[in-house]
Ligand binder design. Structure first.
Ligand SMILES: [Zn+2]
Length: 295
């Protein structure tokens, strides 16, 4: 199961991104209009970049910046000032001597160091982040995702985990897989990401601790627009969704982003989902069922 998505990802990189993928950002408005609906891998990862944009007075400026989230199609980035949405933006990775042009889709929020913007690449740039993303709409759709790093060559790649791989990863926080660069089996481990605010795991009472010891404790992280991220206990994982426990009240049919598996302090992958089921559970908890939303 692991082999297939990897080969697919590698070959699509080798062929320069593939003809099918290239026209999408140019011709369709779907990404701008429904960025939240688009089903693609979003990795919470802080990568230093240099940004050239235009301020509201029409002045072009270049400044060091960082990403909060990266995807196959773009990123969310933090800038020091409010910028013109009409003007193109240029992202540069100094370390790789790579740059790409893009457009600002809109403001996503504000941080202590400035506003956050969603940016879409203007052209296909599959190698810009140095991450191999699995091809979209493939057989890996609906499987949990995790960004891992080869312990040999430090190459980063997104894995779509089937049930067995998922359990192995949850238990060991690593997977053993062949690396094309190292040309052998290597250990793949989560990519540390200190700067994207790690969510504290909720501390539970003594009875709960005993319960957790006897069960594999799986964590997920729920993000809802306008709220702080919520680290939750996973009850079950299936292709296409998860169920989890939380004390927080989410609306049925509400939209969320979910990362499962979730490892605090690493680059977690969030996908869009909808609360399909909500049920009161013990001790003030709710049991929720989430369906991933396909783009
Ligand atoms: Zn390697």
């Amino acid at each position: 199961m692991v082999d297939k998505p990897l080969k697919g990802a590698a070959s699509s990189l080798g062929s320069g991104g593939g003809a099918a993928a290239a026209p999408a950002p140019e011709t369709s408005g779907t990404e701008a209009a429904g960025a939240g609906k688009r089903r693609s891998d979003r990795v919470m990862l802080s990568i230093p970049i240099e940004v050239t944009a235009t301020d509201l007075a029409g002045r072009r400026f270049t400044e060091p910046s960082r990403t909060e989230m990266v995807s196959r199609h773009g990123a969310s980035i933090v800038l020091s000032k409010v910028v013109s949405l009409q003007q193109p933006i240029r992202l540069r990775r100094r370390a790789l001597d790579e740059d790409v042009s893009g457009r600002i889709l809109g403001q996503l929020g504000i941080r202590s160091d400035g506003p956050v913007y969603g940016v879409a690449f203007a052209t296909d740039a599959p190698n810009f982040w140095g991450i191999s993303f699995p091809p979209p709409a493939s057989e890996t759709d609906g499987l949990p995702r995790v960004l891992l790093m080869c312990s040999g060559c430090l190459r980063q790649r997104i894995f779509a985990l089937n049930e067995i791989e998922f359990r192995v990863f949850e238990t060991n926080q690593r997977l053993s897989c062949p690396c094309e660069t190292c040309d052998k089996m290597t250990a793949w481990t989560p990519v540390p990401d200190g700067s994207s605010g790690a969510v504290a795991i909720p501390q539970k009472g003594p009875q709960d601790r005993q319960f957790q010891r006897t069960k594999v404790k799986m964590m997920a992280c729920i993000q809802e627009q306008g709220s702080e991220a919520d680290a939750v206990q996973v009850l079950d994982v299936s292709r296409g969704g998860i169920s989890f426990l939380s004390k927080r009240a989410y609306e049925k049919d509400g939209w969320i982003n979910v990362a499962v598996p979730y490892t605090p302090g690493t680059a977690n992958i969030f996908v869009a989902g909808m609360i399909a089921r909500k049920q009161a559970a013990e001790d003030g908890y709710y049991e929720y069922g989430v369906k991933y939303v396909k783009g």
